[in-house]
Design a protein around this ligand. Structure first.
Ligand SMILES: [Zn+2]
Length: 73
């Protein structure tokens, strides 16, 4: 299963596409670097890392991969 990586926009609180599409294994393995994306919701550039991100379309038992830390501004 492949899904979009999503982050929470710090301006609007919406979940937005983080510019990366991964399968579960790749997401679980970790995203090494701090990433930058132009936000679909507010148009600003946000930086994010693995801890800010979730993978779209997770089944309930996969929500353990969902990490809920604050975005690095
Ligand atoms: Zn934003």
């Amino acid at each position: 299963m492949v899904g979009r990586v999503l982050i929470d926009c710090p301006e609007t609180g919406e979940q937005v596409f983080a510019g990366m599409i991964l399968d579960e294994a790749a997401f679980a393995a970790g995203i090494a670097d701090v990433q930058r994306v132009r936000c679909e919701a507010c148009g600003q550039i946000h930086t994010w890392s693995q801890d800010d991100a979730i993978l779209e379309k997770l089944t309930p038992d996969q929500h353990r991969f969902r990490l809920r830390r604050r975005l690095v501004r």
